[in-house]
Ligand binder design. Structure first.
Ligand SMILES: NC(=O)c1ccc[n+]([C@@H]2O[C@H](COP(=O)([O-])OP(=O)(O)OC[C@H]3O[C@@H](n4cnc5c(N)ncnc54)[C@H](O)[C@@H]3O)[C@@H](O)[C@H]2O)c1
Length: 248
């Protein structure tokens, strides 16, 4: 087991990529907090992990609220002790062309991706510094580098996330805390429209692997980055996207 007895927080793990990461982390021996704004779905994921012999709790948390994040971090510490692994994965999209985007669409996306990630970093980092160990992983996106039509809010948030990864990696390396990102492409609720809209039908054919991935194909990279195997990897973004990044 590659994560034995590590305490992991995975935000946005009631479904999609976060769910697959939480489940695989538990199979690798971690004690996992399934953190999400969807209480019932998070509880279902945590219960499924426990039924499979793993250790997980569901923690209700809107990551865009600092108070909610601090409360959730305290709940995880009360249940499991100090947090070793933080996966900043919670995400939303609110697409609109730049000239039509509302403040609400802009603020919602930045609130979840950027503010949420920042609040969680601050909620866990002092414990990690004190213990001189920690693994922090952001779920990034090719949009961080390439931009995306109709997603200036999401592109700004994901670019900002990468800037946070690199800055945190620089600040925290001296404490043996590794900070990295995974840029995925997977069949989830978030990508449903892109996968089913005929206007995007050609996009998958341009990808070298010519298919969408299941979230389970993304999760192993999150295990690698949180395990001892990645002990000399920090400040990096690993694309797990069927080679899509090369052909955009
Ligand atoms: N699926 C892809 O191809 C893809 C590509 C690039 C990046 N990503 C990123 O991967 C991450 C996971 O996305 P997904 O594809 O699994 O989508 P998803 O919609 O299936 O999952 C997102 C999860 O985040 C949770 N969430 C949303 N707002 C929240 C909040 N305020 N507080 C707590 N939880 C909240 C949702 O409830 C949900 O469980 C996101 O950061 C997304 O931007 C996904």
């Amino acid at each position: 087991m590659r994560l034995k007895d590590k305490v992991a927080v995975v935000t946005g793990s009631a479904q999609g990529i976060g769910r697959a990461v939480a489940e695989l982390y538990a199979r690798e021996g971690a004690r996992v907090a399934v953190v999400d704004v969807q209480a019932e779905a998070a509880e279902k994921v945590a219960a499924g992990i426990r039924e499979a012999g793993g250790d997980a709790i569901a923690v209700l948390c809107d990551v865009s609220s600092r108070a909610a994040v601090n409360e959730a971090a305290d709940a995880v510490r009360a249940a499991y002790g100090p947090i070793d692994i933080l996966v900043n994965n919670a995400g939303v999209i609110r697409p609109a062309m730049l000239h039509k985007m509302t403040d609400e669409q802009w603020e919602t996306v930045l609130g979840v991706h950027l503010h949420g990630a920042f609040y969680w970093l601050q909620a866990v980092v002092n414990d990690m510094i004190e213990r001189e160990r920690g693994w922090i992983i952001f779920t990034s996106s090719s949009t961080a580098q390439n931009g995306s039509i109709g997603q200036i809010n999401y592109a700004a948030a994901k670019s900002g996330g990468l800037a946070m990864v690199r800055t945190a990696a620089r600040e925290l390396g001296r404490y043996n805390i590794l900070v990295n990102a995974v840029a995925p492409a997977a069949a989830t609720e978030m990508t449903l429209k892109v996968r089913t809209d005929p206007r995007f039908a050609d996009a998958v054919k341009r990808m070298p692997l010519r298919r969408h991935a299941e979230p389970e194909e993304i999760a192993p990279t999150f295990v690698y980055l949180a395990s001892g195997e990645a002990s000399y990897v920090t400040g990096q973004v690993i694309s797990v996207d069927g080679g899509g990044m090369m052909v955009r």
